[in-house]
Design a protein around this ligand. Structure first.
Ligand code: RBF
Length: 154
């Protein structure tokens, strides 16, 4: 049935036609984050969301994701937020600080707002590993993030 989802458990169904989503994406490693965005957007549409109910928000880097996610999650009309980013260890000397801050920040937005906020942030050793997870041999983590928020809403 159009507009509804069968979750992995196959039991619950949710109609998404009236649900609004924000996809917050980092511009660093844009080739990767654009691929994650496409995966997340296409998945929401496939699961029944309306194009006009998907809001795209860009931030400079992954470190900025929690603040933008918080701003979107605080909006009454937004049901869930998907955060997308890509932090590459080889190019980021303070990799651990960024990854920890982003993961903790996104979790805080989940708990503070009570809304699903997905962590679709790749943290990889190099660009090859990132590409493999942005539509390559390990799938597209943007798609998984979209399925996750829909399952949490259900
Ligand atoms: N942001 C990312 O999303 N991914 C990265 O791989 C990344 N690497 C960075 C490496 C350096 C040396 C610096 C200074 C920033 C990097 N950022 C990266 C940007 C970061 O998330 C943030 O936008 C900036 O630190 C400004 O707050």
């Amino acid at each position: 049935m159009a507009g509804s989802l069968k979750t992995t458990s196959g039991k619950r169904k949710l109609n998404l036609t009236s649900k609004k989503f924000a996809i917050v994406m980092a511009e660093w490693n844009e080739e990767i984050t654009e691929a994650l965005y496409e995966g997340a957007y296409d998945t929401l549409i496939k699961l029944g969301a309306k194009k006009s109910n998907i809001i795209r928000v860009s931030v400079p880097g992954s470190y900025e994701l929690p603040l933008a996610a918080q701003r979107m999650a605080k909006k009454k009309e937004i049901a869930a937020v998907i955060c997308l980013g890509c932090v590459i260890q080889g190019e980021t000397p303070h990799f651990d600080y960024i990854c920890n801050a982003v993961a903790n920040g996104i979790m805080r937005v989940n708990l503070d707002t009570g809304k699903p906020v997905a962590f679709g942030v790749l943290t990889t050793l190099d660009k090859k590993q990132a590409l493999e997870r942005a539509g390559g041999k390990y799938g597209n983590k943007g798609e998984e993030a979209a399925v996750t928020v829909v399952e949490m809403l259900a």
